[in-house]
Design a protein around this ligand. Structure first.
Ligand SMILES: C[S@@+](CC[C@H](N)C(=O)[O-])C[C@H]1O[C@@H](n2cnc3c(N)ncnc32)[C@H](O)[C@@H]1O
Length: 287
C-alpha cells in the first residue's frame, strides 16, 4: 500500500477512538518511516514496505486500545523541548507550561537555586534550566524509571545545571535553601473516574493520584517546603481545577504569604503560589 492509502485506512480505523484520528495516523506513520510529517504530503504515492506496514498497524491497534499517542511516538513536545517519554512516566501536559511561564516571571536572582518536586520526564526542570542557564535546578522523583527518562532528556539538552535526585519529596534532600520550589504533583482523588479514562489509564498511578481528596502530596509539600525555602522564596504548585480554595487554606495554615492563583486558557484556576515570609525579595513579591 502507499502512504496515502494507509493514511486513509488508518484514519477510519481510529475515528471512534481518538479525537484527532488523522493527525495520530500521520504522526505514527511519519515515526515508523522515520521521516518528517511533510514527507507524507509531498510523497503520498510512495509504497510502504510490508514490515513497516505491520509495525504501523500494531501502533494503530495500541492507540485504539487507549495507549497515549506520546508513548507510541516515544516523545512529547513541552515548552521548547521534545522530551522522550514512554510507559512508566507521565506524559507532560500543555497546561503545565503555565507553571513555566509564571515561574520565569518571578523576581528571583539570576543564580537562583530551584527545586522541582516530582520531575517525571524532567519537563519542568529542563524547561526552566534551558531558559535560565545560571539557575541550579534540583529535580526530584521517587520513581527510578521516571528518573531514567529525565536523565536521557537532560543529556539530550545538555542541561548540566540540572541535578537529578531520587527522593520521596524532601526526605533525602540536604539542607539546601531554595529560592523557588515548583511542582506538578499527583493531585487526582483515588476514586476519580478520570483515572480510567483513555490515555490516563496507561500512565503510572503514582504520577496521577494522591489520596482520597487528591491533596495528600500537596499537603506534604506545603507543610515541608518552609524548611527548604529561603526567606522570600516562592512555592508554585499545579493542581486540579477545583482545588484552589483548599490550597489557599493550606498555604495560610503553613504561614505562607502573598498568595496568588493563575487560571488556564479555559479560565480554571490551575496554578497556585505563595511566598515564604521575609527576605529582601518580599517587597517585590508576586501580587
Ligand atoms: C503529575 S506527575 C508530574 C511529572 C512532571 N513534573 C510533569 O509535569 O510532566 C507527578 C510526579 O511525581 C512523582 N511522585 C509521586 N510521588 C512522589 C513522591 N512521594 N516523591 C517524589 N516524587 C513523587 C511521580 O513519580 C511523577 O513523576
Amino acid at each position: 500500500m502507499t502512504i496515502v492509502e494507509l493514511l486513509r485506512e488508518a484514519q477510519h480505523f481510529l475515528e471512534a477512538y481518538s479525537s484527532s484520528p488523522r493527525l495520530d495516523a500521520e504522526l505514527l506513520l511519519a515515526t515508523e518511516l522515520d521521516v518528517d510529517r511533510s514527507y507524507l504530503f509531498s510523497r503520498p504515492e510512495t509504497p510502504v514496505s510490508a514490515a513497516q506496514q505491520q509495525n504501523f498497524l500494531a501502533a494503530l491497534a495500541a492507540r485504539r486500545q487507549g495507549a497515549p499517542l506520546a508513548y507510541l511516538l516515544g516523545y512529547q513536545g513541552f515548552w521548547t523541548l521534545e522530551l522522550e517519554v514512554g510507559p512508566g512516566v507521565l506524559v507532560p501536559r500543555p497546561e503545565t507550561e503555565l507553571l513555566i511561564e509564571q515561574a520565569l516571571l518571578l523576581p528571583i536572582k539570576p543564580d537562583a537555586r530551584v527545586l522541582d518536586l516530582g520531575t517525571g520526564s524532567g519537563a519542568i526542570a529542563l524547561a526552566l534550566a534551558s531558559e535560565r542557564p545560571a539557575w541550579q535546578v534540583d529535580a526530584v522523583d521517587v520513581c527510578a524509571e521516571a528518573l531514567q527518562f529525565a536523565a536521557r532528556n537532560r543529556e539530550r539538552y545538555g542541561c548540566d545545571n540540572v541535578q537529578l535526585v531520587q527522593s520521596s519529596w524532601f526526605d533525602d534532600l540536604d539542607a539546601t535553601r531554595y529560592d523557588l520550589i515548583v511542582s506538578n504533583p499527583p493531585y487526582i482523588a483515588e476514586a476519580d473516574p478520570h483515572l480510567n479514562g483513555p490515555g490516563v489509564a496507561s500512565e503510572p498511578l503514582l504520577a496521577l493520584c494522591s489520596g482520597p481528596d487528591g491533596l495528600d502530596a500537596i499537603r506534604a509539600i506545603i507543610r515541608q517546603a518552609r524548611q527548604f525555602l529561603r526567606a522570600g522564596g516562592y512555592l508554585l504548585l499545579e493542581h486540579g481545577y477545583d482545588q484552589a480554595d483548599s490550597i489557599a487554606t493550606l498555604f495560610t495554615q503553613s504561614a505562607f504569604e502573598r498568595l496568588i492563583q493563575f487560571s488556564d486558557l479555559a479560565g480554571q484556576p490551575r496554578l497556585s503560589g505563595a511566598q515564604w515570609p521575609g527576605g529582601r525579595d518580599a517587597d517585590h513579591g508576586i501580587s
